[in-house]
Design a protein around this ligand. Structure first.
Ligand SMILES: Nc1ncnc2c1ncn2[C@@H]1O[C@H](COP(=O)(O)OP(=O)(O)OP(=O)(O)O)[C@@H](O)[C@H]1O
Length: 576
């Protein structure tokens, strides 16, 4: 947790001045009971009203000074904690953006969301409390004990004797509540995951009438969270009564022994009242401290979760930009590439070697789960290979700065995701500098011009988050236009036109070849009709390359390809 204090660097002034003003407030507060004792002993018992008035005025002045100091401290605490939270949130967010897909999948989106929001809020609260109260509580406790010694050494020893008992209570609470907080945060992540899954899949859940099951699943996770919260509350609930008990026992002892001393004339009534006042101040400070201990335990669990993100190195190894392109190198080459997703341990791709040359259109086909998407996702380094290497223009992809590599590659996935904004803004995601002519040209190639011009606002028509106000086919065409507008060297369509009818799909493929400056195209599909006219076809089976060649050559030589063709086309169609 102390490591995260580095993010307070810019707020050193606030972190130093805040506790100083808190300290001043404490001093003003601590002097009040002693002045009161003087008013009782000298002013009231001797009937000196001038003294009572002047000392009373001093008390009012001190109260105002204490109030002013508290306000200034509060302001510094707010500045430091808000600033700390903002800097930390930005840093954690940047680190998350540097993660590979695998790392994001390993953490899981719900926990990352909770960590950037809830956990950082928790730490932010802790910083504010540290500045405002952590210094106050020990100052008050220490100051009260010191002032009590000043009033009467024997009675003050009673206060000191209670210290180990209170320390023991604090230790017990911290030790037992820390694991409960950790599991609470995990359960909160789980609840977030269920909620996310339900919101994303709300249509499917309703279509399959699974609302009741999902409500029960959410309810179970929610109850689990509640029980954990109860356990924490139960443990914390002991703290305040126990502290009050110890402190009230002290008051009883002071009254008892103090009473005896008053009888013997060794102590005045004013001194006893002042002492009781100090003990009360200690009690209040301890109750605050107990809440701080609870907050500290929570914050420690949050800090561990934030450190886990910051300790995870960026998922993609750094680039060495000095490499030079090889002359006449293939535009894309896989050299004995194998890859496995961490969770499963199995290889999704095994020993893939192949080269693609500039200007080629490559079809990629294979059964479900055969490794087609994995193959294309490795090219822009969404994942890094487990072994072997991938080269673009003769340079290993790991040696390109990531933005440069990704500018060369335009990839469109089957799941067409758009963002809130206008249609033109969504297409410009691919190239922020694109003029309206380029946006329109990309839309024409992507076969979307017609539906866009039929909308009342044309290119300025609004797109809702995720593109929910457009049809599946319209969304797909816009994501293709978005990729085309950046004129990538390699365009990858990963089942990106699955929602288009066959004619529009064929027109799209023709237009890409004829109109755009894209030179190399990779078409991933399960449909033979989409890939058969490609210059070459790669056939995947169980993560391996089962064959490479033209439709005709593969139909003759590759068993897997022939089977796929015959399952979709008649024998005659396939051989045409
Ligand atoms: N994110 C992931 N984490 C773990 N395993 C994955 C992940 N994505 C894919 N896989 C596994 O890797 C293998 C290859 O999947 P991939 O998505 O590349 O197949 P595909 O040929 O594109 O299939 P489809 O045509 O159904 O989209 C499958 O066994 C799949 O279960």
């Amino acid at each position: 947790m102390f490591r995260l204090a580095a993010y307070l660097k810019e707020y050193k002034k606030e972190c130093i001045l805040g506790p100083i003003f808190k300290f001043l407030e404490v001093i003003f507060e601590l002097l009040l009971p002693t002045i009161m004792a003087l008013i009782i002993n000298r002013g009231i018992s001797q009937g000196d009203f001038g003294y009572v008035l002047s000392m009373g005025g001093l008390m009012v002045l001190m109260a105002f000074c204490g109030y002013g100091s508290a306000l200034i401290c509060q302001r510094f605490a707010a500045q430091a904690s808000q600033g700390f939270g903002t800097v930390l949130r930005n840093t954690v967010f940047q680190r998350i953006l540097s993660f590979s897909y695998t790392q994001i999948e390993q953490f899981g989106a719900p926990t990352l969301t909770n960590r950037v929001t809830n956990d950082i809020n928790q730490l932010q609260q802790w910083v504010a409390m540290m500045i405002r109260l952590v210094s106050r509580a020990p100052f008050i406790c220490l100051g009260s004990i010191l002032m009590s010694f000043f009033l009467d050494v024997k009675l003050a020893l009673i206060l000191l004797a209670a210290t180990p008992v209170l320390a023991l209570i604090i230790f017990y609470l911290t030790k037992n509540s820390a694991p409960l907080y950790r599991s609470y945060q995990k359960k909160l992540d789980r609840l977030g995951a269920i909620l996310r899954e339900n919101l994303a899949g709300v249509r499917v859940i309703r279509a399959f009438s699974k609302t009741e099951e999902e409500t029960a699943r959410f309810g179970k996770a929610n109850n689990d969270l509640m029980n954990n919260g109860f356990a924490i509350g139960w443990l914390s609930s002991f703290f305040n009564p126990l502290t009050s008990l110890v402190v009230n026992l002290m008051i009883l002892l002071i009254l008892w022994t103090g009473g005896l001393h008053i009888d013997s004339g060794r102590l005045s009534q004013g001194q006893i009242i002042a002492l009781i006042n100090y003990v009360n101040q200690i009690l209040i400070a301890l109750l605050v401290l107990s809440n701080l201990v609870i907050l500290l335990t929570k914050s420690m669990a949050s800090a561990a979760r934030i450190n886990e993100i910051l300790d995870t190195p960026p998922g993609l190894s750094p680039a060495f930009p000095e490499a030079l392109p090889e002359a006449n190198a293939p535009v894309l080459e896989f050299r004995d590439v194998s890859f496995g997703y961490h969770q499963t341990g199995d290889h999704a791709l095994e020993h893939i070697s192949m080269a693609i040359h500039q200007g080629e259109t490559i079809g990629i086909i294979g059964g479900t789960g055969s490794g087609k998407s994995t193959f294309v996702n490795l090219i822009p380094r969404f994942y890094d290979v487990t072994s072997g290497s991938i080269l673009v223009n003769g340079i290993p992809v790991t040696q390109y700065p990531l933005p440069e590599l990704r500018r060369k590659i335009g990839i469109v996935h089957q799941q067409a995701l758009l963002f809130s904004g206008t249609i033109a803004e969504n297409i410009r995601w691919g190239n922020a500098d694109a003029g309206m002519d380029e946006v329109r040209a990309a839309a024409v190639t992507a076969q979307s011009e017609e539906f866009i011009s039929n909308l009342p606002l044309g290119y300025d028509s609004p797109v809702r988050r995720g593109g929910s106000n457009l049809s599946g086919g319209q969304r797909q065409r816009l994501t293709i236009a978005r990729a085309l507008v950046s004129n990538p060297e390699i365009l990858i369509l990963d089942d990106a036109s699955s929602a288009l009818d066959f004619l529009t799909d064929a027109r799209l493929r023709q237009a890409i070849r004829a109109n755009s400056r894209v030179q190399t195209v990779l078409l991933v599909s399960q449909r033979v009709g989409v890939v058969r006219s490609a210059d070459r076809i790669l056939v995947f089976e169980d993560g391996k390359l089962a064959g490479t060649g033209t439709h005709e050559a593969l139909f003759e030589s590759c068993e897997t390809y022939r089977e796929i063709c015959l399952s979709q086309l008649s024998g005659e169609e396939a051989q045409q």
